[in-house]
Design a protein around this ligand. Structure first.
Ligand SMILES: [Fe+2]
Length: 218
């Protein structure tokens, strides 16, 4: 398993993102009752997806507050069931990433893990077409590092405990080396984005996600 596909909280000693289990705040709207199937192995700090969960979720979201510095990025795609064909409804996609300086900055969540995800966090919930979309800024590599730019995703689907999938990474990132590409887990399918600038100068990219793909125990 390559560390760069894991949530930030278990990545690098020089990041402010080391994690520990913390109490979390549950939200009644989207938390399924009853036992959950546990898949995907350790998912340290993934439970922070619950921390700050908005009361109403849409299939799309804007993560960045007004005035957030950085290059605007819009990512979209379809989440499919494990057959790779059927759009998956009712799936929560939680994403978080560094700011334009490479830091998980200014976290205001109620839990330690949530705060370590910084302030650039977002949630979406798919409708019957499985679509998702988020607008944010392109994250930077961790300061003074050669860690590739990345956006961490966590999947929460009904009846299954949250699990991480491969980070969104960028094909045009020089730090995404050939060797790294060879060793990606491809959980949920490849996380490599191919961003292009649209006419408005915004980076746009697509990624489809297949639930459970390459996720141990799924
Ligand atoms: Fe990270």
């Amino acid at each position: 398993m390559r560390t760069y596909t894991l949530p930030a909280c278990i990545l690098m000693a020089f990041t402010p993102a080391a994690c520990q289990q913390q109490p979390h705040t549950e939200h009644a709207d989207t938390i399924a009752a009853g036992p959950e199937r546990q898949v995907g192995g350790p998912c340290e700090c993934c439970e922070a997806w619950r921390d700050g969960l908005p009361g109403a979720l849409s299939w799309q979201t804007t993560i960045t507050p007004d005035g957030e510095p950085g290059e605007v990025l819009e990512v979209s795609g379809t989440i499919f069931e494990s057959d790779g064909k059927t759009p998956a409804e009712g799936v929560i996609l939680y994403v978080y990433h560094t700011d334009y300086t490479g830091r998980y900055s200014n976290g205001t969540a109620s839990t330690t893990c949530g705060r370590r995800h910084g302030h650039l966090r977002g949630w979406m919930k798919t409708g019957s077409d499985g679509r998702y979309r988020f607008r944010t800024i392109r994250p930077a590599s961790y300061p003074n590092s050669k860690i590739e730019q990345h956006i961490h995703p966590v999947i929460k689907e009904p009846g299954v405990r949250e699990y991480w999938i491969d980070a969104f990474v960028f094909d045009d990132d020089p730090y995404l080396t050939t060797d790294m590409r060879k060793h990606l887990d491809n959980r949920g399918g490849t996380g490599i984005l191919h961003p292009v600038r649209n006419k408005q100068g915004i980076w746009v990219a697509e990624r489809d996600i297949v639930l459970g793909k390459n996720v141990p125990g799924y």
